[in-house]
Ligand binder design. Structure first.
Ligand code: NAD
Length: 480
């Protein structure tokens, strides 16, 4: 499944690039998962022009046509979740179970948005003037550029591509150059399902090489981006200058509040899951654990014991609970935050690089005790298996600490009090608020996204995706 050079897909053809990149397995640095052709700026322009040429037919296609193709793509993905999961685990490092689950979710997105193609409705309004009918129509925005990160290399492309196509847009996908194999096999499936040439184009490239073309080409109507805040800011500046519609999903520093009335049998597994599963490489990871002083000692003791029992190892080993960090750059960055936290006065428990397993980027999950919310380690997104533990005196201090962040993606509370749960849901300044659940782990049929520096523009997923992928036209007719 991974032999040879994996090519880009432009206007229905598989095309070579102008350079190559090796996709390395972070569990086993001697394994090259695939070599990928890297596209340059000319090919980026060609992909955009192909998407523009395919737009008139696709946007005017019968919704049943779009339903049939998207549903077929979803069914093929689900039938191949095992092989797609293998590829994903090998290129990104999440465990096989996590990777298969992600591939399955990608299939669900296509099936959900297949039906959305049939559900697109406008509005009929009464006019304030006599004998005039007012209709508000929903139309595709046009050519969409989708730019995605490495940490969910099939689910994030799927949750952008599926609504884009369902609503009649054409697409250029630029996946992360760190994990492009999942997007490559997804593209193969879209071709097999019969998507017409040019409707979808795959461009594997480095962001800095093609970014300016993607945000400034006159044929591009909108850019949906998921990634880090600095890249999001750059894309936003270019896109706004060129009057493109934008949707940005970025980082998090998500709080998990543990109240004194929490059931620790729930709070411990929920926090372990939120902080460390998928190696902490989730934008929704629980990276600030805010614990009531009355339960602090009991919580910390059990939490550390559970954390130390997690088995770290190669993604494809059945016993592995925490796979490797994705890359050397990310590992170095994680380890630098261990030092930052120590220098800031935290007691660091674990979190070390497993140097004896020099076959991969393995790091033990770790926590920073005695953390305060104003430390760098509590304010900056780390994006690894590390969490700060912050002690608070009461619910008011807990909610104030939870909200005292530049981010606002997800948040959670563990409590057995209906009052605390209700107040937390009402007062959390995040796009998602969970009760007795991890900050990470969401459904696919409801809105996803955050506030502050975590998100910009309208929500992704569920029916909310229509807001980005369509624009309205208000029509007035006088019937005489
Ligand atoms: P990144 O910002 O480095 O890269 C994301 C994508 O942007 C990649 O495809 C990259 O090639 C591209 N890119 C880089 N420079 C560009 C430029 N100048 N122009 C155009 N494209 C450019 O992020 P990453 O390291 O791949 O992913 C990790 C980040 O993603 C974390 O901050 C994480 O929180 C965030 N994330 C957010 C969500 C969410 O839904 N909120 C989900 C997953 C990940």
């Amino acid at each position: 499944m991974t032999d040879g050079l994996l090519l880009n897909y432009i206007d229905g053809d598989w095309v070579d690039g102008t350079s190559e990149i090796a996709n390395i397995n972070p569990s086993d640095l001697s394994e090259v998962v695939a070599h990928h052709a890297l596209a340059d700026i000319n090919q980026a322009n060609q992909a955009i022009e192909a998407a523009a040429a395919a737009l008139p037919n696709w946007k005017n296609s019968n919704p049943q046509t779009r339903f049939d193709i998207l549903d077929k793509i979803g069914r093929i993905i689900i039938s191949r979740q095992d092989e797609l999961g293998q590829i994903l685990a090998r290129e990104e490092g999440k465990t096989l179970a996590e990777a298969k689950g992600e591939a399955f979710r990608a299939g669900q997105f296509f099936q959900f948005y297949a039906a959305e193609a049939l559900r697109r409705t406008g509005e009929v309004n009464e006019s304030t003037r006599p004998n005039i009918d007012v209709e508000v129509l929903r139309e595709p925005i046009g050519v969409t550029v989708l730019i995605t990160p490495w940490n969910f290399p099939i689910a994030i492309p799927a949750w952008k591509i599926a609504p884009a196509l369902a609503h009649g847009n054409t697409v250029v996908l630029k996946p992360s150059e760190i994990t492009p194999a999942s997007a490559y096999y997804l593209t193969k499936i879209m071709e097999e399902a019969g998507l017409p040439a040019g409707v979808f184009n795959l461009l594997v490239a480095k962001g800095e090489d093609v970014g300016s073309a993607l945000v400034s080409h006159p044929a591009v109507a909108g850019i949906s981006f998921t990634g880090s805040v600095p890249t999001g800011r750059k894309i936003a500046q270019g896109a706004i200058q060129n009057m493109k519609k934008i949707q940005l999903e970025m980082g998090g520093k998500n709080p998990m509040v543990i109240m004194d009335d929490a059931n620790l049998d729930i709070a411990i597994p929920v926090t372990i899951n939120g902080a460390f599963y998928q190696t902490g490489q989730r934008c929704t990871a629980s990276s600030r654990v805010i614990v009531h002083e009355k339960i602090y000692d009991a919580f910390v003791e059990r939490f550390i014991a559970e954390m130390e029992s997690l088995s770290v190892g190669p993604a494809l080993d059945a016993a592995t609970q925490i796979g490797p960090v994705v890359s050397e750059t990310q590992l170095k960055s994680n380890l630098s935050y261990v030092e930052i936290a120590r220098d800031e006065g935290c007691e660091v428990i674990s979190g070390q690089h497993l140097a004896d397993s020099n076959t991969g980027y393995f790091q033990r999950p770790g926590v920073f005790l005695n953390a305060t919310n104003n430390m760098r380690s509590s304010r900056e997104e780390i994006f690894g298996p590390l969490a700060s533990i912050i002690k608070v005196g009461d619910f008011e201090e807990a909610i104030a600490t939870a909200n005292d962040t530049d981010f606002g993606l997800s948040s959670a509370i563990c409590t057995s009090s209906l009052y605390n749960a209700r107040e937390f849901k009402r007062r959390s300044e995040a796009g998602m608020a969970m009760v007795n659940l991890p900050t990470a782990g969401v459904d696919y049929h409801v809105p996803f996204g955050g506030r502050k520096n975590s998100s910009y523009g309208s929500r992704e997923q569920g029916r909310a995706a229509i807001d980005f992928y369509t624009t309205t036209k208000t029509t007035y007719s006088f019937s005489g």
